[in-house]
Write a new protein. Sequence first.
Length: 202
Amino acid sequence: MSEETPLLVPFESYEENAVNIGTQQKSADMARFIDTVREDGLYLLNVNMTDSRIRSIAEFLNRYDSPRIMIVSARQYGQRPARKFAESIGANAAVGRFIPGSLTNPVLRSYVEPDILFVTDPAADQQALREAVNSGLPIVGIVDANNNLRNVDVALPANNKGRRSLALVYWLLAREVLKVRGATTDEDWAAAEDLEEWQSTF
């Protein structure tokens, strides 16, 4: 990041919340997002790229009507932050088990017709991902060092398995989406939305 564009939160905040902690496997797709490898074999993600993607994805999401944005998270640690993110920006959320056919079968009560899908983890959210691909929807995904990007159109590199990491990423995304809309400031958001509230597992 250049000096003119400071990080959205201090570098230490990303580290303390383990946003940069990847996995011990690295996919070829994710090589460009890897910063370094720790002695224990963990791949560390590039925080500057994470930060930059949060900004650009916030602007990208604001091209869509909020109710037509679908946020999904099968992962337990992603469920509360994904739901709070959706509530904050006025989007739809499907957390926990994704009901097959929710994007493709109009007969189901769970059926929705989003314009874009946001997945917490392409691997854990495979069912929703497949249906979105079949429906021709653009897909944004939080992607870890071991993720495959084949069906992800816009990648947000970050630890998508950790409780604190997912909370911070979704918290920042919500703040940035609302800032693009002129609906909040950093100070107002921090006062209204305590990050720790986003970290609960239920």
